[in-house]
Design a protein around this ligand. Structure first.
Ligand SMILES: *Cc1c(COP(=O)(O)O)cnc(C)c1O
Length: 375
């Protein structure tokens, strides 16, 4: 069987965890945490990076940092993971969902401005499959209306928009190291702070509402409760695991991109007989090969294809169910139809893509899909 995903281990994870344990300091914000944070600051031009226990937690920190309260509105795509919305709903925000683009699941930047009201506090963009949203247009709308931009860059490590790293453009950004992502730590995440006004408070919220971080830097002579906060930082054991991955990120990325490109080339070689659409990389975006997907013609066809592939030993999976139609939110949604969101929910199919996937596997998968469409 070819699984949909298989977490990749670089080989150093256990060694670094052992070193963390031997150091006698296994709670958070130790050496490995600092190494991981510096990696993001140095490589992706992020002003301040803080490791978190998940991307979900990093998104919840964003909602706290923006003082989101009952009645505030937050604009985001409906084609995303539940945490993108939940983090703001937890603070009482109303979510205003925007549709996806015609040729990409990313938020349609031309639909955003009409959704802005005096209650709008933030726009959350999601770089689906690691592909950049139209950040110039989005930042311009945000600046014009004085609202904040948060990049949900959960899938977007090592991807770029006009040469700028995703996660370095919005006021705040969040990454995920869940085992399904390119770089993993089991569960894990990171908050990127690009707007300096949030740096001091982000450390306080991270450390349970205390100024413990400035105490450790010797900036204050005792630490105490100064603001709201929670326990958002992971232990050194998780950071040690993550460091073993980050050290190998070039290799991991190169391998994924190679497999992604092979899929694309082999599908293109089949040409017109194939009745699916291939992923479009937006013109100003790089490709971090997080997901390789195809777009089937109908939902029924996708279901048949999933079953056919399963019978051939291949696990292919669909992705998000539109949040505006979810059991939890559908009664709260304002009723607008989000055509493209629903198209991607119904027709997008993700194919296996992971470090240890073999080149022969890609060839086999493309061949089976081609056979499905021939019959
Ligand atoms: C994976 C993912 C998340 C959640 O990440 P966790 O680290 O599991 O909390 C949030 N948003 C998007 C777009 C994701 O893909």
């Amino acid at each position: 069987m070819i699984p949909f995903n298989k977490p990749y281990l670089s080989g150093k994870e256990s060694e670094y965890i052992q070193l963390a344990v031997d150091s006698g300091m296994i709670s958070g914000n130790g050496n490995y945490t600092k190494k991981c944070q510096k990696f993001f600051e140095d490589n992706y031009n992020i002003k301040k990076a803080l490791l978190t226990t998940s991307c979900t937690d990093a998104l919840e920190m964003c909602a706290l940092l923006l003082n989101i309260k009952e009645g505030d509105e937050v604009i985001m795509p409906s084609y995303t993971f539940v945490s993108t919305a939940n983090a703001f709903v937890l603070r009482g925000a109303k979510i205003v969902f925007a549709d996806s683009k015609l040729d990409h699941p990313n938020i349609d930047e031309t639909k955003i401005e009409a959704l802005i009201t005096p209650k709008t506090k933030a726009i959350v963009v999601v770089h689906y499959a690691g592909c950049a949203c139209e950040m110039d247009a989005i930042m311009q709308i945000a600046n014009k209306h004085d609202v904040f931009v948060i990049e949900d860059a959960a899938q977007a490590i090592d991807s770029f928009y006009k040469g700028k790293a995703l996660g370095s453009i919005g006021h705040l950004a969040t990454f995920s190291f869940h085992e399904t992502k390119n770089i993993i730590s089991g569960e894990g995440g990171l908050l990127a702070i690009n707007d300096e006004q949030f740096i001091e408070r982000s450390e306080i919220i991270w450390e349970k509402g205390t100024n413990r971080s400035s105490f450790f830097r010797g900036e204050v002579d005792k630490y105490g409760w100064v603001d709201v906060g929670s326990s958002f930082l992971p232990s050194e054991i998780i950071a040690a695991f993550l460091w073993a991955q980050l050290e190998n990120s070039k290799d991991i990325q190169a391998k994924r991109i190679k497999l992604w490109s092979q899929y694309e080339q082999e599908f293109k070689a089949i040409g017109n007989t194939l009745e699916v659409d291939l992923p479009q990389i937006p013109k100003d975006s790089s490709n971090n090969a997080h997901i390789f997907y195809i777009i089937c013609k109908t939902n029924d066809e996708r279901t048949q294809l999933i079953n056919f592939l399963k019978s051939k030993g291949i696990y292919a999976v669909f992705h998000y169910l539109s949040l505006h139609k979810s059991e939890y939110y559908n009664g709260k949604h304002d009723g607008r139809t989000l055509t493209m969101t629903e198209e991607f929910s119904n027709r997008l199919l993700r194919l296996p893509l992971f470090y240890e996937l073999k080149s022969e596997d890609v060839t086999y998968i493309v061949k089976q899909i081609s056979e499905f469409y021939e019959h």
